[in-house]
Design a protein around this ligand. Structure first.
Ligand code: NI
Length: 168
């Protein structure tokens, strides 16, 4: 299985809006397989299709404890229907925003609707860590990165750090 290239900030493709998936066909299944391999190899808790160059409304995640075995979840065309409360997501990170961790304000609970990889409608009532992962991944589908939520100063410092690295 190929390891997909993960796009990183400031790649503009990450800002593209994504298109709904209308047919869960072989191409979609292959995308899921490759994304899953890439996510586990990169030790990420979630991955959105846009991060690996597909402008499709698809996310995968696995929030099971690392010693408990894998439990891959797939959500196609996910939408947040309701959100409640406020929590601080501590030390949030993203495979597309390397070497940055920050505390981010998130909703405490979300109700998400979408479809699984067989096309079955899904409804997920999530709170805590799962709610944070879902918000983070669904943000990707709307061109939003977690660093959009941090202070302008922190973002500017990160931007400079990345530009310097790119020059080297
Ligand atoms: Ni991310």
């Amino acid at each position: 299985m190929p390891m997909l290239n993960i796009l990183t900030y400031p790649d503009n493709f990450l800002r593209q809006p994504t298109k709904p998936i209308e047919d869960i066909d072989g191409t979609t299944q292959k995308m899921i397989e490759d994304m899953s391999y890439t996510m586990y190899e990169s030790k990420g808790a979630g991955l959105a299709a846009i991060q690996v160059g597909f402008d499709k409304s698809l996310i995968i995640y696995d929030v099971s404890p690392s010693e408990g075995g894998k439990s891959l979840q797939v959500l196609i065309n996910p939408r947040i229907i309701e959100s409640h409360g406020r929590i601080i997501s501590e030390n949030e990170g993203c495979l597309s925003v390397p070497d940055l961790r920050a505390d981010v304000k998130r909703a405490e609970s979300v109700l998400v609707e979408g479809f699984d990889r067989e096309g079955k409608p899904m409804r997920i009532d999530a709170e805590g860590h799962l709610a944070i992962v879902l918000q983070h991944e669904i943000d990707h589908l709307n061109g939003i990165l977690f660093l959009d939520y941090i202070s302008a100063l922190k973002r500017e410092l990160y931007k400079r750090r990345i530009k310097k690295q790119l020059r080297q």
